[in-house]
Design a protein around this ligand. Structure first.
Ligand code: SF4
Length: 387
């Protein structure tokens, strides 16, 4: 049931800015609120006078594009002396740095989860102006209560992460306590999907009380039930991944038995134990090596994430990462590389990326040219060097 399904009965016109980068966030909120989805910014502009409320959700990478759009909207509002639309922001960037979102021109910012707080805010705005502009989103206790999901988007099965990687926004936005959607609810939601894909900080933590180690019984029941649903089943791969130390015989055997994956996607982030400790990853290089070998043993392709340029990273750390990358390539695995970006709300938010030495750039460049590594490390690096 839409919490404000009568919003339009009160002549409230709501718009969501939809992009390829925010569709998962919008897919959770739009069914609760209704309104219009604007994929095309020009179309949004031509409808601007009809809108009472316009909602944006965005990540730090999209901040500059969003700022450009918001400036245009504010300019139109000024020129035409419009009081509306009221601009509301949410998502990872505004949650990590709400003051920046206010300075960008948003009227209100929701920090954290939006399912409960956004409908409440809209209902209040129907009646009155609200003084408080930065609003802390109420946490959803039971994901099963949020069943209205935009069609064909992956289903969020777990929210929150007990790990505390220093570069990551997830525990800051969703908290450290894990909340799982029930198996019955997941099975009901995926009934009409083609490929079954999921959103979770760590697919192998499904069903685990504290998210710190796998709950094999719950995982098996989930995958067994999902495997009965028509459609291909992908677990521990796009758009989510697993932690390397959760890759064990017991978990990987479930993927082999019930799923259609060719890949298993996990984050190493660094090939240096010293760096892994510093970024508080909570696993070792040996965990990564073990995960790679298990994937190969069970006929799955390991797809491994790396981040270069962490604060305090030195040449030695990078050499160790390159060695690990070479090992993955030798095992016919895939590597996805990023360049460190300080994200608002994280431990590293005020840190700068460490510049890469020539040798690392040369090796990464050669591997990328040969198609042996992918990922946006080059673009992110150049953007940082020439902002
Ligand atoms: S990187 Fe993954 S494991 Fe680490 S805090 Fe973020 S979601 Fe959790």
């Amino acid at each position: 049931m839409c919490p404000i399904s009568n919003a339009n009965d009160h002549n409230l016109n709501i718009g969501f800015r939809l992009t390829s980068k925010n569709r998962y966030s919008v897919s959770k909120l739009y069914p609760l609120i209704g309104g219009k989805l604007f994929k095309d910014f020009n179309k949004l502009i031509s409808n601007i006078e009809d809108l009472d409320i316009l909602i944006y959700s965005f990540m730090t990478m999209q901040r500059d594009n969003v700022l450009e759009e918001i400036n245009k909207i504010i300019q139109i509002k000024k020129e035409k002396e419009l009081e509306k639309p009221i601009l509301i922001a949410g998502g990872p960037h505004p949650s990590g740095n709400p003051k920046d979102a206010i300075n960008m021109g948003f009227d209100y910012v929701i920090v954290g989860e939006g399912e409960i707080t956004l409908p409440k805010l809209i209902n209040k705005l129907k009646k009155e102006k609200i003084e408080e502009r930065i609003i802390i989103g109420e946490r959803v206790k039971n994901l099963d209560e949020y069943n209205e999901i935009y069609p064909m988007t992956p289903i969020e099965i777990t929210r929150g992460c007990p790990f505390n990687c220093r570069f990551c926004q997830t525990p800051q936005i969703f908290g450290k306590e894990v909340r799982h959607r029930s198996i019955e609810n997941i099975v009901k939601l995926v009934k009409n999907m083609g490929d079954l894909r999921f959103i979770t900080p760590n697919a192998f933590c499904y069903g685990s009380k504290d998210g710190l180690k796998p709950n094999i019984e719950k995982l098996e029941r989930l995958l067994r039930e999902l495997s009965k649903v028509k459609g291909r089943l992908f677990f521990g791969t796009f758009p989510s991944e697993v932690r390397p130390e959760f890759i064990k015989k017991e978990t990987i055997e479930l993927v082999v038995e019930y799923c259609d994956n060719k890949y298993l996607h996990f984050g190493a982030q660094s090939g240096s134990d010293e760096m892994l400790r510093y970024i508080r990853r909570g696993h070792t290089v040996d965990d990564v090596l073990n995960a790679i070998d298990l994937c190969v043993e069970y006929g799955l392709i390991p797809k491994v994430d790396f981040i270069f340029g962490f604060p305090n990273e030195n040449e030695h750390h990078r050499k160790e990462s390159i060695e690990l990358i070479k090992y993955i390539i030798k095992k016919n695995g895939k590597v996805h590389a990023h360049y460190f970006m300080p994200l608002p709300g994280t431990y590293f938010e005020n840190s700068s990326p460490t510049p890469l030495d020539k040798e690392t750039l040369k090796i990464l460049g050669k591997l990328a040219q040969k198609g042996l590594i992918s990922g946006s490390w080059g673009y992110q690096y150049m953007k940082n060097v020439n902002p």
